[in-house]
Design a protein around this ligand. Structure first.
Ligand code: GAP
Length: 439
């Protein structure tokens, strides 16, 4: 089985990610995040917010998904700039993105292809009871437009001075012709975007600063250095708004692909929204008396794409298993070595056996004690070795085992996911010991 298939299978089996509307045969390019997927996504978003909020002069925003269609006219998303070239096979009628084809024939059946035609990626809907052109609206294709159109509101209400940043996490939608590679390219996804408004003369400096910060974020969360690289995007490939652009790429099981874009958007956004809305979106510097359109440095990453990278990086198979003392040595063991801050379950509480009521009672007490502080699992079924492996494959950082000794000593063993080392800890010290480990 290919690595991608193995990850997809783990995600389904262990409650990370399910195909949308599965009981109705699925719904292309859309996925649901199960209990563990929810936790992992939440942890990624929190890790992003944490570093962003450490910065001076950054404020959050939660703008609506629906905006006036004029926003998308102005931004250029309704024109050719935000369209893919679509070709269709004349024999099997499958559709493909032109830029991804290696040859001028159908990759599925070898049939002849139609001439390419432009296909806009904006997802349409209608607002109000009548469905016609005047009521057409669009689901946002990027979260940042909500930031640009609120530039004045945010700056004035928060009394901000340039340079400052606005961060936002939220859903975005694109009518992708060819959603593919599991959650890599989907039609509904979440973005984490940071828009940094600065003086044009400082744009290059901040572009470099944010590039360094964003790469550091991946390294700090454990991404292997050899699996991450940056690519300077040449002019002809850049998005229509970008003066300069760097893609942070991850080495997925299917090759190097972009996970995050860092853009110097120049004054494109504020200038075009000024022109189209009639509002003066220039900044007035009280000290220098200069009036200008700030430049925008943007960092933009998809939560799901980034989650996929973290999963791929953390996934390990150990042939024969790590424990050499039990019968389980013949099996393949899966270990998900997620960074401790990203792991969906932090601790699992396991009574050594389940047919001893005293052990079960004590384990349930420990579970109840920890639940307010950590995301916890309780598991009593199967041998202890099997339960350790079940936790290892979802990345649980520590397994806490309550054994007969625990009943006498009021303690338990903490087993480390990565080293499998065990230490005994008194139950009264447990919360503090774990808090220390998760610092
Ligand atoms: N505001 C700039 C912008 O949206 P982008 O390069 O089009 O730039 C930024 O998208 C990031 O959003 C990408 O690097 C990727 O992580 C994510 N993304 C874009 N389209 C996506 C899709 N169809 N499915 C999943 N993630 C997507």
């Amino acid at each position: 089985m290919k690595l991608v298939q193995k990850i997809i299978s783990l995600c389904k089996r262990r409650g990370f990610i399910f195909p949308s509307s599965e009981i109705y045969g699925g719904f292309g390019g859309v996925y649901d995040f199960g209990p563990l997927g929810f936790e992992l996504k939440k942890n990624i978003k929190e890790a992003w917010l944490k570093v962003m909020r450490k910065e001076e002069n950054i404020v959050p925003l939660d703008a609506a998904i629906l905006m006036a269609p004029a926003v998308w006219q102005a931004s250029g998303h309704l024109s050719a700039g935000f369209a893919d070239e679509l070709v269709e096979c004349k024999s099997c009628h499958k559709r493909f993105k032109k830029e991804e084809l290696k040859e001028e024939k159908c990759p599925e059946c070898g049939g002849e292809l139609t001439k390419p035609r432009k296909f806009n990626l904006m997802m349409k809907t209608f607002v109000g009871p009548v469905e016609n052109e005047t009521t057409t609206a669009y689901l946002r294709a990027e979260t940042c437009q909500g930031i640009y159109i609120n530039f004045l509101n945010i700056m004035n209400s928060m009394r901000l001075k340039i340079p400052f940043g606005v961060i936002q996490i939220g859903k975005a939608f694109r009518n992708e012709i060819n959603p593919k590679n599991f959650i890599f390219r989907t039609r509904e996804f979440e973005q984490m975007e940071m828009e940094w408004f600065c003086h044009p003369k400082e744009a290059n400096k901040f572009f470099d600063y944010w590039t360094t910060q964003r790469i550091k974020w991946y390294y700090d969360l454990g991404i292997k250095k050899e699996n991450l690289r940056i690519r300077e995007v040449p002019k002809e490939e850049r998005a229509h708004y970008a003066q300069s652009q760097i893609d942070i790429e991850y080495r997925f099981p299917f090759g190097w692909q972009e996970i995050e874009g860092i853009h110097n958007r120049g004054d494109w956004d504020l200038r075009t929204h000024s022109k189209h809305s009639g509002e003066d979106l220039r900044y007035f510097d009280q000290d220098t008396k200069e009036k200008y359109f700030p430049f925008i440095i943007e960092t933009s990453v998809g939560v799901e794409r980034c989650l996929f990278a973290f999963l791929s990086d953390a996934y390990q198979e150990i042939e024969g298993g790590r424990t050499k003392t039990t019968k389980a040595t013949k099996e393949i063991e899966i270990l998900l070595k997620l960074h401790k801050s990203l792991a969906p379950i932090k601790v699992a509480v396991l009574p050594l056996v389940r047919n001893k009521p005293e052990l079960v009672k004590k384990a349930k007490e420990v579970y109840k004690l920890l639940k307010p502080y950590f995301s916890c699992d309780y598991d009593e079924t199967g041998s202890i070795g099997r339960r350790y492996r079940r936790q290892d494959e979802i990345g649980t950082v520590f397994c806490l085992t309550i054994d007969f000794e625990s009943l006498k000593q009021n303690d338990l063993t903490i087993r480390d996911r990565d080293t499998m080392a065990q230490e005994r800890v008194k139950i009264e010290d447990l919360v503090n010991v774990l808090k220390e480990k998760f610092k």
